[in-house]
Design a protein. Sequence first.
Length: 259
Amino acid sequence: MKDLEGIGAVASAGVAAVGIVATLLLGRWALRGAQDAAHAGQAQAAATYQAALDAVQAQSQSDHQQWRRGIQREAYAAFLQSVLSYTDGARDDLRRASGMEETRACIAALRALETDMSQRAWVVRLEGPDEVASAAMTLQTSAKILVIIEENHARRMAAMTDLNLRNRTHPQEVTRIWELIPVAQSSWRSIGTPEDTSTAALAELRDLFTACELSPGLISTLCEPHEPASGDHPSFDEASRAFIRAAREALRSEGLPAV
């Protein structure tokens, strides 16, 4: 009996030992599983955080680009409007002007519009891109050429108007002035050269203008040849289309509505 009891005790002890080992192994496996799950959770959390951070950064960059393009669009539109105000003022106001005083007032008003155009052109150059800035410079130059032509024409028309008004009180002088103007025009380019033949005509014109109570300065307005615009430079309409095209391409590259 004692032997059987000893064998039972040993067997019980062996079973207990096996149970302890199994419990330890299961505990270790459970701990390892928990650690692996924790690491996986941390990795997932890190990936989720990074994805959220990337999304925020991408949205921030997109918002910044949209804001920048919005600023550019406003700069383009403001410049184009200033150009049109400048050239429309030359075409409309100068053509409605009557006489030299009114013409001079209109030309003075155009200087303010020219300054505004120039300032807005600098904003376009600062905002870019280079293609739009270059197109803006070309359009600005074309606008100035157009206005110079309009101003010269307006001055000549105003001088002719003022001269014809004197026909009521100085008909003979006015008739003689119109006879001498073509003579002075034909010899104008020779003034100051050895071939100068304008001296007598200009001297008589000065006396006639003084007799008519007109400024002798109008002689150059009526007689000086005006060079045509250079054919190497784009016309105002061509430059306008080129600027609009460049602005649209720049804005559409970022998906914004064009001007």
